[in-house]
Ligand binder design. Sequence first.
Ligand SMILES: C[S@@+](CC[C@H](N)C(=O)[O-])C[C@H]1O[C@@H](n2cnc3c(N)ncnc32)[C@H](O)[C@@H]1O
Length: 276
Amino acid sequence: MASVDKEKIRTKGKPRTFYKGENPKKQKGRGKLYGIGIGPGDPELLTIKACKILKKVDKVFAPRSSILAESLALRIIGDTVPKSKIRTIVFPMTKEKKRLKEFWEKAAKKVYKELSRGNDIAFITIGDPFIYSTYMYLLRYIKKLDKSIDICTIPGVSVVNAIASLCNVPLVEAEEKFAVLPLPNKMSQLKNVLNQFDTVVLLKIGKGLKRLVRFLEKEGYDGSVYFAKRIGRPEEVVAHNLSQINLNKKTLGYMSTMIIRSKKRKKKMNPALPKM
Ligand SMILES: C[S@@+](CC[C@H](N)C(=O)[O-])C[C@H]1O[C@@H](n2cnc3c(N)ncnc32)[C@H](O)[C@@H]1O
């Protein structure tokens, strides 16, 4: 392939930039796919780059969990994009692999159809696109349809960063290590992680919140836990220790995140440092 260092090609009247390693002949006529991280909930955490791209693309695809469910992602981008440009894709909340595969394949075809028409597409995703997001699966299936699609991923503020800032709690300092994981099925698995890492950030807590809180109480973690639900949204809930978590609210675990500072960490901290 000839050197294509920043060669410009016209697609639907728009100049496109191609970088070394890309094949402009293959790309001709097809739109570009942007995977955009839109942050955890506060529209002010949308990056300038995300806004610029959302405004310039031809169509914006947003995930939602059912036809009736409102897309949280769409609430975050608000009026940044005119409604006429928005399309939603259903990604059901299921772990059934066969069913999910069907939805991902269907979604990829829907997005690819637009790209084939020469339209530039943005697929928005809550937080960062490469931390537990549907975007990663969509990418795989789009690449299966066409490996040569021009893809650009824009990072977003993850809920991992958002909860630390909301609670003004450091994730790691000096030689410390932190782990990000979905709430494990077995609390023994969480216990192992807490033994290996100084800070643990738990996502996908859902209906496991009560079980988690009981375990942490038993392990004596009361003062080292930070919990937040729907960060950045008007309905946000924050707890700065275990006893502030209201377990009477059945749905509290959904769209919630927790920081646990391991007991091991406390032992390692320089006692001369003032407490955070
Ligand atoms: C599929 S993951 C998405 C993570 C996202 N890509 C990120 O980088 O933040 C969904 C999980 O993220 C967490 N989450 C997402 N948005 C949140 C928010 N606004 N407040 C609290 N937790 C949130 C919840 O644990 C939820 O189960």
